[in-house]
Design a binder for this molecule. Structure first.
Ligand code: ZN
Ligand code: ZN
Ligand code: FE
Length: 756
């Protein structure tokens, strides 16, 4: 007896070739009915014998297009109606909106066509289909169709139009569809703006790169600065010109060459070649590339070509340094005019195309943590603007985010739209980018925030922006936001312990926090323990000079002078501490890492954020067991005192114990005292769940140690994965904390949907 089923599929199911997939699946299964987009996903009706309809529903999940993400499928049984065939229907009209797909890496089918000399898109650098191509980066408005993208400028030719209209074609309703006859074109220019007449600008670009030139290349979310990764002279030149002496650079290589550069696990290869195609940090191997790409670093950031132009380029030259084109910490450059104005001293040529980038986004970056999957540390291209689910309902909220590594989040119901990585809110360009993106997100996702969540720091530009907005303002402490962010991402609505190891965050006592233990939940968070306060001379300016921190901590804790008497800087710092003048007190874990790194003489001055801590991690001999002494002093909050730790480290240095051993034991010490505190909290409150968050956990060695150590004592340990453990997760956490005791109970009663 045939029946009718009505199926709703929620998730990323629009702009990813989902309806044609359903159409083909239904045809193959001999089922009749229809499929259409709705504001919350896709609605399907099918009619046929029960076993076939059941198989069909199972196949939706099992065979969905690679870029689709299914969040839920529901199926209802209805009376038989008698469909004549299976068809794709017009979208159900409504005031809502649909999810916006992130940009998707070039698919295999498109690659095959691009390599086929008989195909009309042979070597066409803008080839795409319903399964792949630009999405987010070309969107001007919603709903997503060609008229509201930067493909609007390109009138589809007859051949493309035929594909676009044909439900059986794999380019059915592929909005950016185009071909050499009707699509955009690449052109090569000298930095002065003079076009280099070239029949094949991409091949010409490769030739320049092979000659050791530095070229800016327009891609999907912005320009890259590219050079030959095997030409060490050029890499050194790029570092010099970019004023970036040691921060690691990412490389782009063909997938087949990845195993020659890094020890890539199966899981890492899978992430690397996924539709999101992020940069994956993997264990280096061999010396095929210049050491200067990631000096002293056991990891290498690798990505594979993700646009057709990248594929064409990488066919000519196997290894490219590909770093975001920007000036210092400003947003990535997205147009030729800016390349000429801002990068003139850095590149000599640029490869441009005439499809405008509407929404810039950097490459995403992450690493894979054994047993836990891919952990993102910069969430942009390939991920934004997908919503991150919230474990509870929230009122319409804008969380303006922190100062460094800013993202903001616009949220409603159970959907949190976390912006792509924006950067440090300390320059005009970034502030402009920020304001622009907030406006766009409000428009696209139709959220009028009633709550404005912000950091407690009164001087942050983001705090000032929040104050100027309409809505109920809610301040959220930085590390409380780290805690709620990790709770939220892992769907924990009950009580837990939060261990937050971080660089800098403004505390409720006006001091700088960053080595914090909380207990609590999404509603309230109590600071129950912290690293003891230590004096930071000259406040934040010491962050760039870890040796000043070492001098200060050694003097404050051990009354020890690290330099012979008479050294000016030491004397000044000593006076600052004795008088308390120009001193900031901090419980920052990041600063403790800086101190130890400088004490060991590993890094005494830094050129990029967290450099000293990163180098300390890389020096550590991971096989060394044992830890240094420490004291956990009772109190509310408890304090972790590191006087004995520091004394032991100085003693070990004086005894010429190898740095690798000292660095390892220091890491072990942190894991040990964390576990000590967690055990006390378990005794007091019966808590067995631990959340780890904060920038310090980008340290993979420490993160692994902490998980192992805490799990050994029976704790359930949660970490970030979809969101960065650094300040990129703050805005999401602010949303949750700010909604804790909202008076808007009405809103909270509303049913949960991904739309408003
Ligand atoms: Zn494709
Ligand atoms: Zn065409
Ligand atoms: Fe932080």
């Amino acid at each position: 007896m045939p029946g009718r089923r009505r199926i709703h599929v929620r998730g990323i199911v629009q702009g990813v070739g989902f309806r044609p997939f359903i159409y083909r699946l239904a045809r193959e299964s001999g089922l009749k009915g229809m499929v259409r987009n709705t504001t919350t996903g896709v609605e399907i009706e099918i009619e046929g014998p029960l076993p076939s309809t059941e198989r069909f529903i199972a196949a939706i999940r099992g065979q969905a297009p690679p870029a689709a993400r299914i969040d839920g499928i529901t199926a209802d049984s209805l009376p038989y109606r008698g469909y004549a065939d299976f068809s794709i229907r017009e979208s159900k009209r409504s005031r809502g909106f649909t999810q916006i797909s992130p940009d998707i890496a070039t698919c295999r089918d498109c690659l095959r066509e691009m390599e086929d000399p008989a195909d009309r898109r042979y070597e066409f650098p803008f080839i795409n289909c319903t399964n792949c191509g630009p999405r987010y980066s070309i969107i001007k408005g919603t709903p997503y169709d060609r008229q509201r993208t930067s493909m609007r400028e390109f009138r589809m030719c007859q051949n493309c139009r035929r594909e676009f209209d044909d439900v059986a074609d794999r380019r059915f309703h592929a909005q950016p569809d185009c071909c050499p006859a009707c699509g955009p074109t690449y052109r090569l220019y000298s930095i002065t703006g003079r076009e280099i007449a070239a029949r094949e600008p991409i091949k010409e670009t490769a030739a320049l790169l092979k000659k050791g030139r530095i070229v800016a290349i327009k891609g999907i979310g912005g320009f890259h600065i590219a050079c030959d990764a095997q030409n060490c002279e050029t890499v050194a030149q790029l570092r010099r010109l970019k004023d970036r002496p040691s921060k690691p650079l990412a490389v782009m290589v063909r997938p087949g060459l990845v195993p020659g550069l890094v020890h890539a696990t199966k899981a890492e290869m899978k992430t690397l070649t996924s539709p999101s195609a992020p940069i994956v940090l993997m264990k280096k191997k061999g010396d095929r590339l210049c050491a200067q790409i990631a000096p002293g670093n056991p990891y290498l950031g690798v990505m594979i070509p993700y646009s057709p132009a990248h594929h064409l380029l990488l066919r000519q030259i196997p290894y490219l340094v590909m770093t975001s084109a920007n000036v210092q910490d400003e947003p990535i450059v997205d147009n030729a005019q800016e390349v000429r104005q801002r990068l003139g001293s850095l590149v000599s040529f640029y490869l441009d195309h005439d499809r405008s980038i509407e929404n810039r986004c950097d490459d995403s970056v992450g690493f894979s943590l054994p047993g836990r999957g891919f952990s993102i540390i910069r969430r942009s291209r390939g991920y934004a603007p997908l919503p991150v689910e919230l474990p509870v309902l929230v009122s319409p909220t804008l969380a303006v985010g922190p100062y460094l590594k800013n993202t903001f989040t616009l949220a409603t119901g159970r959907a949190a739209y976390v912006s792509p990585h924006i950067g440090d809110l300390d320059n005009l360009e970034t502030m402009r980018f920020y304001g622009d993106m907030v406006e766009k997100y409000r428009r696209w996702f139709r959220i009028e925030p009633r709550i404005i969540a912000h950091d407690l720091h009164p001087d942050y530009l983001s705090t000032k922006i929040a104050r100027s907005m309409d809505g109920v303002k809610k301040g959220v402490q930085h590390h409380a936001a780290h805690f709620t962010s990790c709770l939220g991402e892992n769907g924990i609505t009950g009580n837990a312990i939060g261990i937050i190891f971080d660089g800098t965050g403004f505390g409720t006592d006006g001091r700088i926090w960053g080595g914090e233990f909380f207990t609590g939940n999404l509603q309230e968070q109590t600071r129950v323990a912290h690293l003891q306060y230590l004096p930071l001379p000259g406040g934040e300016s010491s962050i760039r000079k870890p040796y000043r921190i070492a001098i200060a901590y050694a003097y404050a804790l051990l009354r020890k002078r690290l330099a012979p008497a008479g050294d000016d800087e030491t004397e000044i710092i000593r006076q600052m501490i004795d008088t308390g003048h120009n001193i900031v007190h901090t419980s920052s874990m990041g600063r403790l890492f800086d101190c130890i790194s400088a004490l060991l003489g590993i890094t005494t001055e830094i050129t990029y954020e967290a450099e000293a801590a990163i180098n300390l991690e890389h020096v550590a001999d991971q096989k060394t067991k044992g830890h240094f002494p420490f004291v956990v002093r009772d109190g509310r909050p408890m304090t972790i005192e590191v006087e004995d730790t520091l004394r032991a480290i100085v003693g070990a240095i004086n005894k010429n114990v190898p740095k690798a051993k000292i660095a390892a034991r220091f890491h072990n010490t942190i894991a040990e005292f964390s576990c000590n505190v967690a055990n006390r909290l378990r005794k007091m409150h019966g808590l067995t769940t631990v959340c780890l968050s904060g920038g310090v956990f980008q340290n993979r060695y420490l993160l692994t140690l902490m998980i192992e150590r805490l799990e050994k004592d029976g704790f359930r340990v949660h970490t970030h994965r979809q969101l960065p453990t650094n300040d990129g997760c703050i805005s999401y956490g602010q949303v949750l904390a700010a909604n804790a005791e909202t008076e808007d109970k009405m809103t909270l009663q509303r049913p949960c949907t991904n739309t408003n």
